[in-house]
Design a protein. Structure first.
Length: 225
């Protein structure tokens, strides 16, 4: 399925300007739902400037309204961006992120040894020589390399990393790890985030009409025991 040209910026706009669910936004933008939650909570590495997919002719207002009316509806992109065929070679990484590559590589080597050097190179956009140097600790800057999640560093998306881990585990005859961090409380957390967004809309409407908005229903934090 075609995706928006700037998925994170598009997700930021949809979070701020629609009542679509995080699942719908994640599906449309090709992101992991945790990435959308981070954008909504302003916990992403940098505050994103939203990109209007309607003005970009990637989504129609009618399509947004269909999604808002039915949480199970999956948005359809109006016009996919031109797909540029990559030539052989390492994945392009912005200059500002290149210094973070060794940390991301070290994290994958430590946490997912089943992933091959070739696969790491394609994911991070680096060479086998660099990966091998970090693996055997002969890298020129090894003393300053600190393993860090490549998703947090912005070197790849959670979806890309999850897909690579699953593929590598299957090839190695291992059981792919399952993310259970939000198991049990996931729906409650998402419901709370939706309620907060809806309350913010009600407050804004009430303020515009010179009224006082009704408070949102009390919520019991599922993470407090």
């Amino acid at each position: 399925m075609a995706q928006p040209l700037m998925p994170h910026a598009t997700a930021s706009w949809l979070v701020d300007n629609t009542s679509l669910s995080f699942e719908q936004i994640a599906d449309f933008c090709g992101l992991h739902i945790l990435e959308v939650q981070a954008i909504a909570d302003d916990t992403a590495a940098t505050k994103l400037t939203g990109r209007d997919p309607v003005r970009a002719h990637e989504l129609t207002q009618d399509e947004i309204e269909k999604g808002q009316a039915d949480p199970n509806y999956r948005l359809k992109i109006q016009k996919g961006p031109e797909q540029v065929r990559r030539t052989k070679g390492p994945r392009y990484t912005p200059v500002s992120k290149r210094q973070d590559k060794p940390d991301g590589i070290a994290w994958i080597i430590r946490n997912h040894p089943e992933i091959s050097d070739g696969a790491i190179g394609k994911l991070i956009g680096t060479t086998r020589t660099t990966i091998a140097a970090i693996r055997d600790r002969t890298h020129w800057n090894i003393g300053n390399i600190v393993p860090k999640d490549p998703v947090t560093l912005g070197l790849c998306s959670q979806r890309e990393l999850d897909a690579l881990v699953t593929k590598a585990a299957k090839a190695a005859g291992m059981e792919a790890p399952t993310d259970t961090r939000l198991e049990g409380d996931r729906e409650a957390l998402l419901e709370q985030l939706r309620n907060e967004r809806q309350q913010a809309v009600r407050d804004a409407e009430a303020l515009a009409n010179g009224e006082t908005a009704e408070p949102a229903p009390a919520f019991i934090d599922p993470f407090k025991r």
